[in-house]
Design a protein around this ligand. Structure first.
Ligand SMILES: Cc1cc2nc3c(=O)[nH]c(=O)nc-3n(C[C@H](O)[C@H](O)[C@H](O)COP(=O)(O)OP(=O)(O)OC[C@H]3O[C@@H](n4cnc5c(N)ncnc54)[C@H](O)[C@@H]3O)c2cc1C
Length: 479
């Protein structure tokens, strides 16, 4: 049911007055880009889009919505993959885009910290830190589009998690607008602070359901001056994980990425990018893209080459990039595969995790389960295997209609999640629950955890106005 027009008119008038011209979008043409996410799986026309320029303006927006009991959905770069940032199809939810709250408030190189507003694009924040010889380590394919608030709200991961941790590990402080319209400002960039409960952790990964992030204090690292990249071919996923166990010991803290690709994935990359030659002289069942990096004056290349030579019982062939350009080209196999795996159409995505030691069993069993159940479909596995995180995606056969694709999604999810459950893994390592994984999440959650989460949500947001129906069932489900 969409919002009754007097209520709608009252809100729009109040917001227009509070935000000024250009900050409130209501026409179909203006709303189009805020109504569909990157995947195209989720779309929905919001009541309107508010684009505040300051945390104070946002407090005002939230307070007005609260008064009229209008739900709010915070929106960053729309690259989230679980449907959390798009309004539902009922014109009842106000989307709050953070795009105009995008300043870099400060960088303190000696404290290795920076404070960035939620609407800043991740890539912009990274470049600003680099200009001060510092590294903001969150790194992944969508970094040119996703925004800092979205990264915090999803507790984003990426290719460097194995060295620097998830977004959660990098957040020193937060500023956010609570569902009652109050500003909670804790941007202190202290490294150690044990004064009471660590409240910021509640909001990191809460997917917009507990408040709207307006600014973040991040921990920074020394900017690596030496980066070495290798792509190696291996006989199996098992060998890839044995190589990882050794690399953790022999490369120590210098290892910054360890990404798995299978031959099918490399083939997808080469079909999409005919300028890409086969990476190695022969074809291998598994490949690993490894990166080591440091700011210290040590011979990183010698270490990496030495490590690979000492692992010749596992490594069947490999190449160590001779230049940054060649390293970028090695990463291109992964990037082109990720970008083109769906052939421009719909495909089923997962981002599951299991114990690192269970990863070979997971890949083998889940691929076999998908092939048995959906023989026409193409399963593709790759991921941040140094964190036990695999994307096992399923590409429908060409020409399948929408209803067929929907049915394939259901069958693929059942087949893959059953193996995740058998191995005591997680159905979401990175992307979160949103709307896409809610049913699967709720069918697996234990009663005590559900009770704690519901109690927390109800006490912070009793009227259920912040992203209702994302993660948890909504009391407003019928709206
Ligand atoms: C090509 C590609 C590669 C990707 N690779 C990775 C990867 O390696 N690792 C990974 O973790 N993710 C990855 N993602 C997923 C996605 O980029 C991340 O989840 C990202 O953090 C989302 O940021 P966003 O600004 O686009 O958020 P949006 O999609 O706009 O929003 C995501 C969620 O956060 C909420 N939200 C947004 N802003 C705020 C705010 N200011 N306050 C409160 N809630 C807010 C939204 O309501 C929604 O629930 C990838 C996506 C793509 C398209």
């Amino acid at each position: 049911m969409s919002l009754a027009s007097p209520k709608r008119a009252a809100l729009l008038a109040a917001l227009e007055a509070a935000l000024g011209s250009g900050a409130l979008l209501t026409s179909d043409a203006d709303l189009a880009i805020y109504s569909r996410d990157w995947s195209g799986e989720y779309s929905g026309r919001p009541l309107a889009v508010a684009r505040p320029r300051s945390a104070a303006e946002l407090c005002d927006v939230v307070a007005k919505c609260r008064g009229l009991r209008i739900p709010i959905v915070p929106q960053g770069g729309l690259t989230g993959l679980v449907g959390g940032a798009v309004a539902r199809q009922n014109e009842a939810e106000l989307v709050v885009s953070l795009e105009r709250l995008d300043a870099i408030r400060n960088i303190d190189p000696d404290n290795y910290s920076m404070v960035v507003e939620a609407g800043c694009v991740l890539e912009t924040a990274k470049r600003a830190a680099e200009a001060q010889d510092r590294l903001l380590p969150i790194t992944f394919g969508a970094q040119g589009s996703c925004r800092i608030g979205g990264n915090v709200a999803t507790n984003a991961g990426g290719v460097n998690v194995l060295r620097y941790g998830m977004t959660r590990d990098l957040v020193l402080g937060l500023e956010l607008v609570l569902p009652d319209g109050r500003l909670w400002s804790h941007l202190s960039p202290l490294r150690k602070d044990n004064r009471g409960y660590d409240l910021k952790q509640l909001f990191i990964g809460s997917e917009g359901t507990l408040g709207v992030v307006t600014a973040v204090a991040f921990k920074l690292y020394p900017l690596p001056t030496r980066v070495e990249t290798a792509l190696v071919g291996l006989s199996s996923v098992m060998d890839a994980m044995s190589l990882f166990a050794r690399a953790r010991r022999d490369c120590g803290d210098l290892l910054s990425a360890f990404e798995l690709l299978l031959q099918e994935g490399v083939d997808i990359a080469m079909r999409a990018r005919p300028d890409l030659a086969p990476p190695l002289a022969a074809r291998y069942p598994a490949y690993v893209l490894m990166e080591a990096s440091t700011s210290a004056a040590i011979d990183l290349k010698e270490m990496l080459v030495g490590f690979l030579a000492s692992s010749d019982d596992l490594v069947r062939d490999g190449v160590v990039a001779a230049s940054r350009a060649q390293a970028d080209r090695l990463w291109l196999y992964r990037e082109a595969m990720v970008e083109h795996q769906g052939r421009g159409g719909r495909y089923f995505r997962t981002d599951v995790s299991v114990r690192i030691s269970d990863l070979p069993a997971f890949v083998e069993r889940a691929m076999a389960a998908v092939r048995a159940r959906l023989p026409e479909a193409l399963p593709v596995a790759y991921g941040h295997v140094g964190d036990g995180n695999v994307h096992l995606n399923v590409i429908p056969p060409e020409g399948l209609d929408n209803a067929g694709v929907d049915a394939l999604f259901v069958a693929a999810e059942e087949a893959i999640f059953e193996i995740v459950d058998q191995l005591d893994g997680s159905i979401s390592a990175e992307h979160g629950i949103g709307r896409a994984k809610r049913k699967a999440f709720l069918s697996r959650i234990d009663a005590v955890t559900l009770d704690l989460m519901t109690t927390l949500k109800r006490s912070l947001d009793p009227a259920d106005l912040m992203s209702p129906g994302r993660i948890l069932p909504s009391s407003r489900e019928a709206i």
